[in-house]
Design a protein around this ligand. Structure first.
Ligand code: ADP
Ligand code: MG
Length: 226
């Protein structure tokens, strides 16, 4: 079953009166429960594609469908709650809120929608990733690997259909990077959550169900085993 689809999506940025096509009629489907890797060199349009798929950015042309629903033209007020409940986000630079403790960061998306179970769910998730002892620490007191595990808990608290991860191991050393990747794969395997992961890493790409490669804003290869 397709949970998310980009249909012929294009995006152009204009800098100093020069138009640069960052995505050129890209079409992509994400299936329920699949682990999809988006690969490509720096500047090939990976982050832009992820932002458009997840409703953080809009295409100039083409459509984005979440299940049966066309979300391309939704207003920001309509998109924000939809992102909060349907999608989880994990970024290379963690994007934790520095003034909130670990558990408060994790609870935040659940509190936004008034979930009375926010604290309980956050405690459970933090337990699962081995951060119980760090619950009341602040982001600056954590290692990179701990920050990313905290960000993953935050991304999961509203039980999203799709988890987007943009180079989630890019700021981590090898050992922590592997642990974070293993955690993401476990979550993907143990639930029906789709994982859409952007990476340079061939090692990571090898464990995906499917890999698409972007080059100059176009999908150049798509395969089941890369
Ligand atoms: N907001 C923006 N304004 C102008 N140019 C942008 C913007 N976002 C991305 N770009 C440009 O689009 C191209 C693709 O960027 P990006 O999607 O971040 O690539 P990747 O994630 O594959 O490295 C790059 O050349 C980048 O400089
Ligand atoms: Mg990028």
């Amino acid at each position: 079953m397709t949970v998310l689809e980009a249909r012929s999506v294009s995006k152009t940025y204009t800098i100093d009166n020069r138009a640069m096509t960052v995505l050129d009629t890209v079409s992509l489907m994400v299936s329920e429960g699949e682990f999809l890797v988006i690969k490509g060199e720096s500047g090939s349009g990976k982050s832009t594609l992820l932002s458009i798929l997840s409703g953080l950015d809009r295409p100039d042309s083409g459509r984005v469908l979440l299940g049966q629903r066309d979300i391309t033209d939704l207003s920001e007020d309509e998109l924000a709650p939809l992102r909060n409940t349907s999608f989880g986000f994990v970024f290379q630079s963690f994007h934790l809120i520095p003034s909130l403790s670990v558990i408060e960061n994790v609870m935040f998306p659940a509190e936004l929608r008034g979930d009375p179970q926010a604290r309980l769910k956050a405690e459970q998730l933090l337990g699962r990733v081995g951060l119980t002892a760090r619950m009341n620490s602040f982001p600056h007191q954590l290692s990179g690997g701990e920050k990313q595990r905290c960000a993953i808990c935050r991304a999961l608290i509203n039980e999203p259909k799709i988890l987007f991860a943009d180079e989630p191991t890019g700021n981590l050393d090898l050992v922590n990077g592997r642990a974070v990747l293993q955690l993401l794969q476990e979550l993907n395997r143990d639930s029906r959550i789709s994982l859409v992961l952007v990476t340079h890493s061939q090692e990571i790409a090898q464990s995906a169900d499917r890999v698409v490669t972007l080059q100059d804003g176009r999908i150049v290869t798509s395969s089941d085993h890369v």
